[in-house]
Design a protein around this ligand. Structure first.
Ligand SMILES: [Ca+2]
Length: 98
């Protein structure tokens, strides 16, 4: 027998048995959506974990952007060191116009 056909047959039997057990109230389906509550709960947990991972990824992205900005400032300051070594005078930060 084709292995794929066998897997499909096993899945069909498992689904049928699960459905019958749900209808006989052996497997809980309190919201009566045809999906066992244990699977409903697992799906909710996975969705919550995905949200947490998304939020953390966003926070990491923000922090990486901050590091990139800070690195650019370091590069600018390092250029000033080279200029000082070549004898240029200190200009300092640009003064704000009033
Ligand atoms: Ca359910």
């Amino acid at each position: 027998m084709n292995i794929l056909l066998f897997i499909l047959l096993v899945l069909a039997v498992a689904t049928g048995v699960t459905y019958i057990l749900m209808k006989k109230k052996v497997i809980k389906d309190e919201n009566n959506n045809g999906i066992p509550d244990s699977i409903d709960n697992a799906v909710v947990e996975v969705k919550e974990k995905v949200e947490v991972v998304k939020k953390r990824a966003q926070r990491v992205k923000e922090e990486v952007e901050d590091v990139v900005k800070a690195s650019k400032k370091v590069v600018d300051q390092a250029k000033d060191i080279a200029k000082a070594a070549n004898g240029t005078t200190r200009k300092g930060a640009k003064k704000k116009s009033k």
